[in-house]
Design a protein around this ligand. Structure first.
Ligand SMILES: *[C@@H]1O[C@H](CO)[C@@H](O)[C@H](O)[C@H]1NC(C)=O
Length: 431
């Protein structure tokens, strides 16, 4: 999960009357276990006869915020359809930093990514894996996030649905297009191309996947690798009909305001992301209209509506976050190792759709593989850091040895030797 600004989007669903952030970018299930100034209620394990503490401490860091808690297990009963009781891992949060933000009405997080990301190790079975095993539901869940074109309030999105174990036909229209999951940790996918207002950005497709492209419901915005971000901002600024824009709008530190009677959306271009199809010689594109990425956030006075830019830059990933996901019904088909996208009926503003899916397109114009084979995942980083550490050690050793060796070779200057460059040149010449 990544909280990139004080304003972020999430889904609510109810467990013991607690609101849980649904996060496809992490893999631990955790709830507040003690009172916190920023949470209105919490889970008290002492009141649960089925709770078992494992006494193992765990810390999870997100791109912003972190928490420390204790691992345990408890028995849950699921609402709607999944009748029965299931034993799942649950961490009770005892301490946190920038996690429960003021004014935010959620009390925990449900990490729905793969066990490779579970902390402290992948042996902590994830919530969804436990459910699939015990409830014998298909290994697939789907997520419809709603809120397109609606004001972003401090308390989150405007609702949505999480379907565990399948696909709900009423939550989408048209076809579902699937892209393969490249590696099972985050939901990592392969992006082939980006278009702004129908114009190809023309970057090397590896830039779009630097160093990974993931689908993450816990991230508020569409995040782009720095190079891609600046190309997109340039293209939007060029294509938009707006004379001049302060750079602070693009970096997210300033809002742009218009009279309430005039919506600014017609001034901005459509944004399209091409994903590789299951048939690797094909692709499809998901497009978001400005209603999704120019987001109303604040009203000033009687008639000024202010908007933020729903795209930000990232140093290590392209993240398809809530900004994009609000346009689609997204299917996490783990059984067939693929992520599906379909147009979502709640993705409309003023009666008009704000997202599109089209395909198939040929992939003849892009490389056969846009995901670099040397991906800097954590194990590789560890090896790299160990290698660097040993290198430092060797250099240190050499320096110590040099310091200990008596300076025999050093030339000792006497008064006669003190010459400036010019005179030494002259002397050489005369020799
Ligand atoms: C994959 O797509 C190509 C190009 O559209 C097509 O010629 C080929 O038959 C497809 N392969 C399969 C297995 O569907």
């Amino acid at each position: 999960m990544q909280i990139t600004s004080p304003f972020f989007s999430f889904l609510f669903f109810f467990f013991w009357q607690l609101n849980i952030l649904v996060d496809t970018g992490s893999s631990n299930f955790a709830v507040a276990g003690v009172p916190d100034p920023d949470v209105t209620s919490y889970f008290n394990p002492e009141l649960s006869s089925t709770y078992r503490s494992q006494g193992i401490e765990v810390t999870v860091k997100y791109s912003q915020g972190s928490w420390t808690g204790v691992l345990g297990t408890d028995v849950i009963t699921m609402p709607k359809g999944l009748y029965g009781s299931y034993t799942i891992n649950i961490a009770t949060i005892l301490e946190s930093e920038n996690f429960f933000l003021p004014g935010v009405k959620w009390h925990g997080i449900l990490g729905l990514a793969y066990d490779a990301l579970a902390k402290p190790s992948s042996s902590v079975e994830t919530f969804f894996d436990s459910l699939v095993k015990q409830a014998k539901i298909p290994n697939i869940f789907s997520l419809q996030m709603c809120g397109a074109g609606l004001p972003v309030s401090g308390s989150g999105t405007n609702g949505g649905s999480l379907v565990l174990g399948g696909i709900e036909p009423s939550l989408y229209t048209g076809d579902i297009w699937y892209t393969p999951i490249k590696e099972e940790w985050y939901y990592q996918v392969e992006i082939l191309k980006l278009e702004v207002g129908g114009q190809n950005l023309q970057l090397d497709c590896r830039e779009y996947n630097a160093d990974k492209a993931i689908v993450d419901s816990g991230t508020t915005l569409l995040r782009l690798p720095e190079k891609v971000f600046s190309a997109v901002v340039q293209a939007i600024a060029r294509t938009s009909l707006i004379q001049e824009f302060s750079s602070e709008f693009w970096t997210g530190t300033q809002l742009a305001c218009w009279d309430r009677s005039e919506k600014p959306w017609s001034l901005f271009p459509k944004l399209s992301i091409y994903l590789r199809d299951e048939n690797s010689s094909r692709s499809f594109r998901i497009s978001i209209l400005p209603q999704l990425y120019i987001q109303p956030i604040l009203v000033i006075g009687d008639n000024l509506q202010c908007y933020r830019f729903g795209i930000s830059s990232s140093t290590n990933a392209l993240v398809i976050g809530a900004t994009v996901m609000e346009g689609f019904y997204v299917i996490f088909d783990r059984a067939q190792r693929r992520v599906g996208f379909a147009v979502s009926p709640c993705a409309e503003a003023d009666g008009a759709p704000v997202s599109e899916i089209e395909g198939p397109f040929t992939t003849a114009d892009v490389a056969s593989n846009c995901v670099s084979s040397v991906s800097f995942h954590e194990p590789v980083l560890w090896i790299a850091s160990y290698a660097l550490m040993s290198l430092c050690g060797i250099i240190l050793l050499v320096l110590i040895v040099l310091l200990l060796i008596p300076p025999r070779c050093q030339h000792r200057y006497t008064d006669n030797d003190v010459v400036n460059d010019e005179s030494s040149l002259v002397r050489h010449r005369w020799k």
